[in-house]
Design a protein around this ligand. Structure first.
Ligand code: ZN
Ligand code: ZN
Length: 429
C-alpha cells in the first residue's frame, strides 16, 4: 500500500525530470561539444519538440478524463437492449450508484466511472479515456518523433567520439562529457524504444476502435465461447443458472477512418489531430457510440459472462431509514448522522462481499480433462492467489482486468441484476 502510494505520487515528477534531462541537458552537452556544435535549426527543432511534449504531457495528466453527469442533468439512463431486457441484464455501477453507459468502466484510482476508459495510466496518474486519448496520442507521437530526432543527433556525436578514440585525450571530449553522452544515449534509447511500442499499440487500438480493456473483453469472450462449445453451448452461472453463450462480434469498429476520427475527438481535420492545443472532445459526447451493424442490434457489449454475475450475499443491515428517529439533542442527532455516514463508508466493503466464482478449471476439473487440456495450450491463465477465483483470469499477455486500473470488485461483478431477474424467471417456471 505504502509503495503504491509513493510510486504513484512520484510518477509525474519523474517523467518531468526525464523530459527535462533529455531535452535540456542534451543541449548543454551539444553546446560544449566543440567538434560538432548544433546548427541553429537543430536547436529550434529540439525546443519545438520539447514544447509540444510538455503541452501534451501536461494535458494527458490534468485534463479531466470525464465523469457521469447526474441523471437529472441529462445523464445517461439505463441502456436497454431488447435481449438484455429479456434476461434482466443491466450495467449498473454499485460504487457510483448509476447506470453505466456503454464502454464506461469504474476506475479504482479516479474512483468513478470513466467514459470509454482505455486504462488508468500510472505514468500520468490519469485515465486514458474518451476525453484524454487524443492528448495521450499526441504526447506519444511527439515523444517518439522528438526522441528519435534527438537519438540521431546523439548518435552522430557518439560516432565522432568513437572515431577519435586513438587521439590524445586532450584533443577529444572530456571524461565528463563522455559519461554525459553515454547516459543521454542509454536513457533516450530505452525510453524511445518503450514509447515506440506503446505508440504502435495505441495506433492499432485507435484504428480498430478497441480500448485496451475491450481487447481483454474480446479475448475473454473467445475463451467463454470455446468453453461453451465443449459444454453444449451453455455455461453455468452462480446458483446453477445456465447461460447461453454465442459468438458475438465487437460492435464499435466502424471502419479505420471513422475509428480514428472518433478516437481523435470527432474532427476530420487531420492537422487538428496533431495540434498540441487542439480542443478536448466535446463533453456531451462519450455516452453513446456508433455500432457497425455486424451484430444483432438487440445484443450489447460486452457479451454475457456467467462468471461476472455476482449473486451478492447481502447480510441484512439494521435499516434505520424506515424507523423514525427521535433525538434528545442536536448533539445526539449529529452523532447519529456521523454513525450513518461511517456505515455508508463501510458499504463498499459490504457490497464487495459478492460470491466469488471459483475458477472455471477448478469447477470442471473432474471429468472434463479433455476440455482442460484444450483450454490451456500455453500454461495457466490465472493469477497466483488461489482464493481469487475466476476474476484472476488473464489474457494471453498475462493481464487481468485490474491491471488496467479498473475496480475489479465492481467491474468483474458488474451484472448485478442478472441473477435476481433470472432467478425470478426460474421461480415462475
Ligand atoms: Zn462507477
Ligand atoms: Zn483512472
Amino acid at each position: 500500500m505504502w509503495s503504491e502510494f509513493s510510486v504513484s505520487k512520484l510518477a509525474i515528477p519523474a517523467v518531468s525530470i526525464l523530459i527535462g534531462f533529455l531535452a535540456y541537458t542534451s543541449q548543454y552537452f551539444f553546446l560544449h561539444f566543440k567538434s560538432a556544435p548544433l546548427q541553429k535549426n537543430e536547436v529550434w527543432a529540439i525546443n519545438i519538440f520539447a514544447a509540444c511534449i510538455w503541452i501534451c504531457y501536461y494535458r494527458t495528466c490534468f485534463v479531466d478524463p470525464g465523469r457521469l453527469p447526474a441523471q437529472d442533468l441529462g445523464g445517461p439512463g439505463p441502456t436497454l437492449y431488447p435481449e438484455d431486457q429479456a434476461t434482466g441484464r443491466q450495467r449498473w455501477c454499485r460504487r457510483c450508484e448509476a447506470w453505466k453507459p456503454p464502454r464506461a468502466h469504474h476506475c479504482k484510482t479516479c474512483k468513478r466511472c470513466i467514459p470509454k476508459m482505455d486504462h488508468h495510466c500510472p505514468w500520468t496518474s490519469n485515465c486514458v479515456s474518451h476525453f484524454t486519448l487524443p492528448h495521450f496520442m499526441r504526447f506519444l507521437v511527439y515523444a517518439v518523433v522528438g526522441m528519435s530526432y534527438l537519438e540521431t543527433l546523439l548518435f552522430e556525436r557518439a560516432a565522432i567520439v568513437w572515431k577519435s578514440r586513438d587521439l590524445p585525450s586532450y584533443l577529444g571530449p572530456s571524461l565528463w562529457q563522455m559519461i554525459h553522452l553515454f547516459i543521454l544515449l542509454v536513457a533516450n534509447s530505452l525510453t524511445v524504444f518503450a514509447l515506440f511500442i506503446l505508440l504502435v499499440r495505441t495506433i492499432w487500438s485507435l484504428g480498430s476502435n478497441t480500448t485496451t480493456i475491450e481487447s481483454w473483453e474480446i479475448e475473454r469472450h473467445a475463451t467463454l465461447v470455446r468453453r461453451a462449445r465443449v459444454l453444449g453451448g451453455f455455461l453455468e452461472g452462480p446458483g446453477g443458472i445456465q447461460i447461453r453463450i454465442k459468438k458475438q462480434e465487437f460492435p464499435y469498429d466502424i471502419g479505420i477512418w471513422d475509428n480514428i476520427k472518433q478516437g481523435m475527438g470527432g474532427s476530420s481535420n487531420v492537422i487538428s489531430w496533431l495540434w498540441p492545443l487542439a480542443a478536448t472532445p466535446n463533453r456531451q459526447t462519450g455516452w453513446n457510440f456508433e455500432v457497425n451493424g455486424f451484430e444483432d442490434p438487440s445484443v450489447s457489449w460486452p457479451p454475457p459472462d456467467p462468471d461476472r454475475i455476482p449473486l451478492p450475499a447481502r447480510p441484512s443491515l439494521p435499516d434505520e431509514s424506515h424507523t423514525p428517529q427521535t433525538y434528545g439533542s442536536a448533539r445526539e442527532e449529529i452523532e447519529a448522522f456521523n454513525r450513518r455516514k461511517m456505515q455508508d463508508l463501510d458499504r463498499p466493503k459490504f457490497y464487495s462481499n459478492v460470491q466469488r466464482r471459483k475458477r472455471f478449471h477448478d469447477r470442471y476439473e473432474q471429468g472434463e480433462d479433455d476440455e482442460n487440456s484444450d483450454e490451456q495450450p500455453s500454461g495457466p491463465t490465472y493469477g497466483d492467489g488461489a482464493d481469487e477465483g475466476e476474476e484472476s483470469w488473464r489474457n494471453a499477455e498475462g493481464e487481468r482486468l485490474r491491471d488496467f486500473g479498473v475496480d475489479e470488485d465492481v467491474e468483474f461483478y458488474d451484472e448485478e441484476e442478472v441473477p435476481l431477474a433470472v432467478l425470478v424467471q426460474q421461480r415462475r417456471q
